[in-house]
Ligand binder design. Structure first.
Ligand code: SAM
Length: 224
C-alpha cells in the first residue's frame, strides 16, 4: 500500500466525515477500553492547582473532559482542526471550551504560556510531526509536561489487534478511506523508542512511559 495522504485538508475532511460515528466506532475497535486507557495515561501526570492546559487533536473531547474533571485545570481548551469533530465535542460537553486550530501552528499561544499539553491518537495523523512537536515545545512553560498517547509497538499483539479490530472497522466502514487509513497510519508511525528520540531532538526530556494492552498502545510523559 502506498503512503497515506496526510495533507491537513484530507485528514480534516476524513475526520469530519466520520465525526458522528467516531465515538461509537472507537468503543467497538477498542472493545470499550479506550476511555480506561486515556484515564490511566492521564494518571501518569503530575497535577498542581490552576493549570493551563491544551488538549491537542482533541477530537470529540474525551481527554479534555477527563482533564477538566481533575479540578486542577483553571483554563483548559480542546483544539482540533476538524470543525465537525469540535462540534460533536461541544455538544457532548457544553461547559468545556473547544476551538478549531492546527497543532502545528498555534499563533494564539505565547511562548512558555501553558503548563500541560496532551495529544491522544493525534500525532500519527500529522504529516509534519516535527513542526507539531516544536510548536508544543515553544508554547509549554519550562518544566511543563507533554502527554503523548497512541499506538505503540508493532508486535504480535498488534498484529492480532489488526486482525480483530481492523476487521470490525472494515465491517463498519467497508473498504473505504478510514479503514485503509487506520491500517496504513499505524504501519507508518514510529515505535515508542524512535518517537522518544524525535521528542528529545526538539529538547523534550522523557519522564515516564507506560505501555497498555501488551504494548499495542503506549503513553509517554515528557518535560520541557
Ligand atoms: C484519532 S482522532 C483522536 C481524537 C481524540 N484525541 C481521541 O483520543 O479520541 C485524531 C484527531 O486529530 C485531529 N487532527 C489531525 N491533525 C491535526 C492537526 N494538525 N491539528 C489539529 N487537529 C488535528 C483530527 O481532526 C482528529 O479529530
Amino acid at each position: 500500500m502506498t503512503q497515506v495522504d496526510k495533507t491537513p485538508e484530507k485528514i480534516s475532511e476524513m475526520f469530519s466525515e466520520i465525526s458522528k460515528s467516531y465515538d461509537k466506532n472507537n468503543n467497538i475497535i477498542s472493545f470499550g477500553l479506550h476511555k480506561k486507557i486515556k484515564k490511566s495515561a492521564i494518571g501518569l501526570l503530575d497535577f498542581s492547582d490552576n493549570m493551563k492546559v491544551l488538549d491537542l487533536c482533541c477530537g470529540t473531547g474525551d481527554v479534555t473532559e477527563i482533564l477538566a474533571n481533575t479540578k486542577y485545570t483553571s483554563d483548559i481548551c480542546g483544539i482540533d482542526f476538524s470543525k465537525d469533530m469540535i462540534s460533536v465535542a461541544q455538544k457532548r460537553f457544553p461547559k468545556l471550551k473547544f476551538k478549531c486550530g492546527d497543532a502545528t501552528t498555534m499563533p494564539d499561544y505565547k511562548n512558555s504560556s501553558v503548563d500541560l499539553i496532551t495529544m491522544a491518537f493525534g500525532l500519527r495523523n500529522i504529516n509534519d510531526r516535527q513542526s507539531a512537536i516544536k510548536e508544543s515545545y515553544r508554547v509549554l512553560k519550562n518544566g511543563g509536561q507533554f502527554l503523548h498517547l497512541d499506538f505503540g509497538y508493532k508486535n504480535i499483539f498488534s498484529v492480532i489487534f489488526n486482525l480483530i479490530a481492523i476487521t470490525a472497522i472494515k465491517l463498519l466502514y467497508g473498504n473505504t478511506l478510514p479503514y485503509k487509513y487506520l491500517i496504513q497510519s499505524k504501519k507508518e508511525f514510529p515505535e515508542p523508542e524512535e518517537l522518544i528520540k524525535e521528542f528529545e531532538r526538539e529538547g523534550f526530556k522523557l519522564k515516564k512511559k507506560k505501555d497498555f494492552l501488551f504494548g499495542i498502545i503506549s503513553a509517554q510523559v515528557y518535560n520541557r
